[in-house]
Design a protein around this ligand. Structure first.
Ligand SMILES: *Cc1c(COP(=O)(O)O)cnc(C)c1O
Length: 431
C-alpha cells in the first residue's frame, strides 16, 4: 500500500515514510492510494473475534506490507489491552465507551498503537526522533503515555495555556522522562500552526528530525477504524445503524468513514460538534468556511479548522452532495451539552462527559429523523477527566478511576512559550 499526499505535489510513499514524516513534504496529509474492501470470508465469523483479533484483520490490509504479521499481532495485543464496552442506555441508544486506556480518552487507542509502530520503524533508522505534537487536551497525554520511556524517541508537546482542564494539564506535564511540555500563549489552532511550520523547516528537520503524532499522522488514523467494527459486531441487530462521533479535528470520524468503505455496514454517520461548527455548516451549505476556534466546555473539540477535513473531502472526491448522503452534521451549544449531561443522568444514571454528550445529542437528533434506525454514539473520554463541568450538571461527585487519580498527585512541570515560531525553533534546537 502506498500513501499519497492530499496536495499531490510529492511522490506517494510507503507506510514507514508516511508515519515517520507525519505531514507530507508538500504540506499535504497522507492518504492510502486505494480503499480496500475486506474479503468476503472476513464476515463469516467477525462477531466471534476478540478485539485484538478483529483489529489485526482490519489493520493488515493497510499495514501488512510494512510490518510482518506476527509483529503486528503483538503490537495490536499490547496496545489494545483494555475493555471496550458497548452499553445500551436508552431505547435505540447505545454508547461505545472508548476511555478504557491509561489516559481515559479514546486517543489512547491510536497513540498506543502508533508508539509501537514508530518504535519499530525508528529501530531501522540510525537517528533519534522527536515527536512534536499540538494538543487541545487529550492528544498530548495519550501520546506522552504511549511514548513514555521509548528509547531513541523524545516527545515535545505544545498546549494552549489556560485552555486545558486541570487533570489534563497534570497528565501532560507530569510524565517527565523523555516528554517535555510547552504551554503556549495562544489557542490550539496557534499550537497546530506552530507545529506545522516546524515540520516544513529544513534547518530543524536537518538538526533534529521531527515526527508528528497529531491526527495528521496516518498512524493516528488507521487504529481508530478498529472499534467501529467491534461496536457493530456487538450490536448485531438487523436495523440500519447510525453512528454519532463527537468531533474536533475529525480524525475519529474519518476513520469511521474509512471503516465504512472497507465494508462495515454503518448506514449513516453524524458529525457532532460544539460551537466550532465548520463541518456541520459545510454539510448544510456546501461551503467550507473555517473560523477561529472558540473555547467551549468540550475543549478537546475546540478546533476551528479541522485538519482531517481534507481527508474527508478526498474520500468523497470533493463532492459535498456525496458526503451529505452518508453524513449528517449538527452542532450544540454548551448549554445544550450541560442539559444533556443532567437529563441523561436523571433518566438512566449514566454519566456523560461533555464530548460524549455532544455525540449523544447528535445521535438523538438523527434518530428522531429516522425512526427505523438504532444508534451508537462514541464516549470519547471518562467523565472524571472533566469533573469540573460534569459535577454541577449531575449534582454529585464523579469518581476518578485509579489510573486517572494517580495523575492528581503529579506536580505539573512545563515551559512557557511565546506564540512565535522563532521561539519554538530556538527551543527545539537548543534543548
Ligand atoms: C480529541 C477528542 C475528540 C475529537 O476527536 P477528533 O478525532 O479530533 O475529531 C473528542 N473527544 C475527546 C475526549 C477528545 O479527546
Amino acid at each position: 500500500m502506498k500513501y499519497y499526499s492530499t496536495n499531490r505535489r510529492c511522490p506517494a510513499v510507503d507506510l514507514k515514510t508516511a508515519v515517520l514524516q507525519g505531514l507530507a513534504p508538500d504540506g499535504g496529509l497522507y492518504m492510502p492510494e486505494q480503499l480496500l474492501v475486506l474479503r468476503r470470508e472476513f464476515w463469516t465469523n467477525w462477531k466471534e473475534k476478540s478485539f485484538a483479533e478483529l483489529s489485526l484483520e482490519v489493520l493488515t490490509p493497510w499495514l501488512g506490507d510494512s510490518v510482518p504479521g506476527d509483529e503486528l499481532g503483538i503490537m495490536v495485543e499490547d496496545a489494545f489491552n483494555f475493555d471496550v464496552p458497548l452499553c445500551q442506555i436508552e431505547e435505540r441508544v447505545n454508547v461505545l465507551e472508548l476511555f478504557g486506556g491509561p489516559t481515559c480518552a479514546f486517543k489512547d487507542f491510536a497513540a498506543r498503537l502508533m508508539a509501537r509502530l514508530v518504535r519499530y520503524f525508528v529501530q531501522q533508522e540510525n537517528h533519534r526522533l522527536t515527536i512534536l505534537v499540538a494538543t487541545s487536551g487529550d492528544t498530548g497525554s495519550a501520546v506522552a503515555s504511549g511514548f513514555l520511556g521509548v528509547p531513541d524517541i523524545d516527545v515535545v508537546i505544545l498546549y494552549p495555556r489556560g485552555k486545558v482542564s486541570d487533570i489534563q494539564e497534570r497528565q501532560l506535564c507530569g510524565m517527565g522522562g523523555n516528554v517535555a511540555a510547552l504551554r503556549v500563549e495562544g489557542t490550539f489552532d496557534d499550537c497546530q500552526a506552530l507545529v506545522k511550520q516546524a515540520f516544513v523547516d529544513q534547518e530543524i528537520q536537518a538538526k533534529r528530525p521531527l515526527g508528528s503524532a497529531n491526527s495528521i499522522n496516518i498512524a493516528r488514523l488507521l487504529p481508530q477504524m478498529c472499534y467501529y467494527f467491534w461496536a457493530m459486531a456487538r450490536l448485531g441487530g438487523k436495523q440500519p445503524v447510525v453512528v454519532s462521533v463527537p468531533s474536533g479535528n475529525f480524525g475519529n470520524l474519518t476513520a469511521g468513514l474509512m471503516a465504512q468503505r472497507m465494508g462495515l455496514p454503518v448506514d449513516r454517520f453524524v458529525a457532532a460538534t460544539n460551537n466550532n461548527d465548520a463541518v456541520p455548516r459545510f454539510l448544510m451549505t456546501g461551503e467550507y468556511k473555517p473560523l477561529p476556534s472558540k473555547a467551549t466546555i468540550s475543549n478537546a473539540m475546540d478546533v476551528g479548522n479541522p485538519s482531517n477535513f481534507v481527508r474527508m473531502l478526498e474520500l468523497f472526491d470533493h463532492d459535498a452532495k456525496a458526503m451529505a448522503k452518508v453524513l449528517s452534521g449538527y452542532s450544540f451549544s454548551d448549554d445544550a451539552t450541560q442539559s444533556a449531561i443532567g437529563d441523561v443522568f436523571g433518566r438512566s444514571g449514566y454519566v456523560l462527559d461533555p464530548h460524549g454528550a455532544v455525540g449523544y445529542l447528535g445521535l438523538k437528533t438523527e434518530l428522531q429523523k429516522r425512526p427505523d434506525t438504532v444508534g451508537i454514539f462514541l464516549e470519547t473520554a471518562h467523565p472524571a477527566k472533566f469533573a469540573a463541568v460534569v459535577e454541577p450538571c449531575i449534582g454529585q461527585a464523579v469518581e476518578a478511576p485509579a489510573r486517572l487519580a494517580q495523575y492528581l498527585e503529579l506536580e505539573p512541570k512545563s515551559t512557557s512559550l511565546a506564540n512565535d515560531f522563532q521561539a519554538l525553533k530556538t527551543f527545539l534546537l537548543s534543548s
